[in-house]
Structures are given as structure tokens and as C-alpha cells.
Design a protein around this ligand. Structure first.
Ligand SMILES: [Zn+2]
Ligand SMILES: [Zn+2]
Length: 299
């Protein structure tokens, strides 16, 4: 059985409405928000909502679900009030994931603002505090970033440092989410150095930590430190890299989720992207070797 493959799915109208939307695009994996990601307001999942969620999910072929946390959370902040508020919000994210029985929570490392090493320490200590307080089935996946501003986690080495600062007993509950657009922005070139990038990932972070891949092409150029998602094949990552990724035996069991632009409705683009990716996965390997990426292509 191939690895779960899907997309970010809207929870407008309530979390239990997401699973049927995943069915509409033929997804076997899905990412959701469990609250409005651009607001501080928190909420808890009550027993009725959890039950409705489980019933709706059981009626689908979805085998992997992760939440993505709020964009306002900054666990690395040097400002005590914002950091405390971020820890509270992050703990609420974990509680909602546990209540829904989700496989993973994807979280962005924070912005260090003043000092990088101090920021990494604050970020790791906040994760530790939250994981100690909120126990449950959901694995935390820290997402590699494009490196905009003072954000932490745009190099594999820095992500490894962040995780290493979390106590060993808790590290089993922590993994990594690799976003192909973010690492392109960070300067990792899957288009021309696919094997080299993954070798570096394996050496610094370790493939056993990889819990999810966000499949996005990058509208921003390689090394731009910008995070702009594009449709698959329409950015600096390119079709050939995604074809290799979909055929890579080392990544065969890793869930993969699209966060590409939705366009005018919630289904057309996602259906087309998933069909394209399945085509890559099914294509004989000889075919991709016979059609290498054009040389000297501007990027
Ligand atoms: Zn993200
Ligand atoms: Zn992402």
C-alpha cells in the first residue's frame, strides 16, 4: 500500500466537515487547522465534536491526519508575555490534537528576534514544557523553514540542534516536517542535487525523524529565504524533483500533503495536483531518466 497522500483541507463550518472534503479530492492523508490560525482565541474539543470527527473520518480512506498550528505562536520569543501566551496556545493545539486522536501536529520554529542560540534554547524549552504538560497520541513535527527574518530552523543543522535540546525522554514524541518550498527558499536544491540534499538530511537530522513531507513548488527562487508556494511543476523545485520524490523508496512510507494554491474552488487544483503526483509515482523509472531536467534552465 502506498503512503498516505493528500492536501490541506478546509475546516470551515467545523472540524467534522473536513473528512468528506478529503474524499472529494481522493485524499488518503489530510492536514487541518483545529482553530482559526491567525487568531489567538482558543477552543477545546468536546466529546460530541470528537465523536462526530471520528465518525466522519471512519467513512473515508484517509489514513493519516495532522493539524498545523497557529501562525501567531512564537515559542522562541524573548518577550516573556508573548512567549507565555504562545506556550498556552501551543498547549491548546496539542490538547485539540490529542482529543481528535490526530497522528501529528506540525509547528513552525519561532523567531529568535534578539539572539539565535538563546532563541533556539527558548524554543526547545517551551516545547519541552508543553510536551510534559500535554500527554497524548499526537507526534509533534517541527517544520523546516525558509529562513525569513529571524526564524529558526531553516538549516538541517539548526533543526537538529533544536531537537537535541529537548530531553531524550521526550524526543521520541518529536519529528520533522520537510516542506519542499521552504527548503528551496532556504537554499537546498532538490532540482539539481536531489541525492545530496537527502544525504545531508539523513546525516544531520536522520530519516527516522521525518514524519511528513509538505509537497509545494516554490514561487520564490532557490535561497531567497522566502516562503511562497506554487503549483507542482510551476516553481523553482520543478517536476523532475517531485517525480524523484514520489518514486524514492526511502520516502515510500512517509505521508505527503499538498499546500499548493487552491484556485477558485476547493477541489479542482488539488485533484489535478494529486493526479499528477500519482502519475509520477506510477511512471516507470526509466522514463524519468530518459527525460532529464533541461540544462541551464533559468531559476
Ligand atoms: Zn507550515
Ligand atoms: Zn508547509
Amino acid at each position: 500500500m502506498s503512503a498516505p497522500l493528500g492536501a490541506h483541507i478546509s475546516t470551515v463550518g467545523g472540524v467534522p466537515l473536513a473528512p468528506p472534503r478529503a474524499v472529494e479530492i481522493g485524499a488518503t492523508a489530510m492536514q487541518i487547522f483545529t482553530k482559526q490560525p491567525n487568531r489567538w482565541a482558543e477552543r477545546e474539543i468536546d466529546a460530541a465534536e470528537a465523536e462526530a470527527w471520528r465518525t466522519a473520518l471512519a467513512a473515508t480512506d484517509v489514513r493519516f491526519v495532522n493539524a498545523h498550528d497557529s501562525y501567531l505562536i512564537n515559542l522562541a520569543s524573548p518577550e516573556p508575555t508573548l512567549r507565555a501566551r504562545s506556550i498556552e496556545s501551543f498547549r491548546a493545539e496539542l490538547r485539540r490534537c490529542h482529543a481528535l486522536g490526530l497522528d501529528a501536529l506540525v509547528s513552525h520554529p519561532g523567531n529568535f528576534i534578539d539572539d539565535r542560540d538563546a532563541g533556539i534554547a527558548r524554543n526547545a524549552d517551551a516545547i519541552t514544557e508543553a510536551l510534559e504538560a500535554e500527554r497524548g497520541p499526537t507526534r509533534l513535527l517541527m517544520e523546516l523553514t525558509a529562513g525569513q527574518g529571524t526564524v529558526i530552523g531553516s538549516t538541517f543543522e539548526e533543526m537538529a540542534m533544536l531537537i537535541a535540546r529537548i530531553p531524550r525522554a521526550l524526543q521520541a514524541r518529536v519529528g520533522v516536517c520537510l516542506d519542499t518550498a521552504h527548503i528551496c527558499g532556504a537554499g537546498y536544491d532538490l532540482a539539481t542535487d536531489y541525492d545530496g540534499v537527502w544525504a545531508r538530511f539523513a546525516d544531520t537530522i536522520g530519516l527516522d525523524r521525518l514524519g511528513l513531507i509538505h509537497l509545494n513548488d516554490s514561487a520564490a527562487p532557490l535561497g531567497s529565504h522566502k516562503d511562497r508556494h506554487a503549483l507542482i511543476g510551476e516553481g523553482a523545485v520543478g517536476d523532475a524533483a517531485f517525480a524523484r520524490l514520489m518514486q524514492d523508496p526511502a520516502l515510500a512510507a512517509i505521508p505527503k500533503v499538498l499546500e499548493t494554491p487552491k484556485g477558485d474552488d476547493m477541489v479542482t487544483n488539488d485533484r489535478a495536483m494529486l493526479a499528477k503526483l500519482r502519475g509520477f509515482a506510477d511512471a516507470p523509472r526509466a522514463k524519468r531518466r530518459a527525460s532529464p531536467r533541461p540544462r541551464g534552465r533559468p531559476r
